[in-house]
Design a binder for this molecule. Sequence first.
Ligand code: SF4
Length: 323
Amino acid sequence: MVRAFVLMSGGLDSALAAKLLLEQEVKVIGVVFTSYFFSPVERSRSLAKELQIPLITVDISEEHLKIVLSPPHGYGKNMNPCIDCHALMLKKAKALMPEYNIDFIATGEVLGERTMSQNLNSLHIVEKEAGLNGMVLRPLSAGLLSPTFAERMEMVDRTKLLSISGKSRKEQLRLASEYGISGYSTPAGGCLLTDPGYSRRLRDLVKHDEACGESVKLLKFGRHFRVNNSKIIIGRNEDENLWMEKFSEDGYTILRVEAYEGPITLVTNPTEQIISNYAVPLTIRYSDAPKDREITVLCGKSGKMTKIKGKSMTYETLGLKPI
Ligand code: SF4
């Protein structure tokens, strides 16, 4: 039996790619990647269940972070290095082929669907970078592309593959309803690197600090303000506060008002001046404490807190802008 990896993104296109191969009696194994910036594991798991295929999860966090910080083929509209990201995923899948006795790799890519990563040139680049020239089958667009190894070797019948191109999702949606596939996410849904707000914070981080697993995870939470080399991050709700509180053990300075409900504030590279003039007033501003009198704020690291008094101030008054 012919065996193929299908790279799953949690979206409809990769699920359809898997379905088209299953229709040709190929034994399909789904591969889903997880990183600091995306994790379509749950979605892919439920799609794999619908399709009745096994699924392998591969964590590429550290290698992916490296290409995000310095992508040889550049960024898309935001901080998304899609060409290098695809190449990395293909490389990783290729390395797993012998272990799973895999004949070829397929993806749900559609020619012309994404400006940066799904034009003819990009499809060739990612194959080349991954050492998979002519080896990656794109079942949704196969009729518009040169025959791949799997087609030439008659592992799959090329005439039964599709010739979809462009951004319209009409044909994919029609096929989803024909095949009864439902649990998919929206295209590119879930990659933080395509989000303009997240990308802005990431750019700021890279400019001022060391970007590592912890610091990039923190960019998802809270309001962020930059003051020289320090950053003040203020939780927006209870879930964020709970999550951010853990960072006090990782060397971040933490603040909270003493006698009222309020946010957790984290400060990186703190100085006395940054804490008193910026972090304390902002922490009070976003708390339930009265705004017209002095309030006590607890400030410290790893549970060793001292008391500082201050008054509420808005970020506009402090001359700051959220990042
Ligand atoms: S959108 Fe994100 S996950 Fe998708 S290819 Fe681009 S960088 Fe990778």
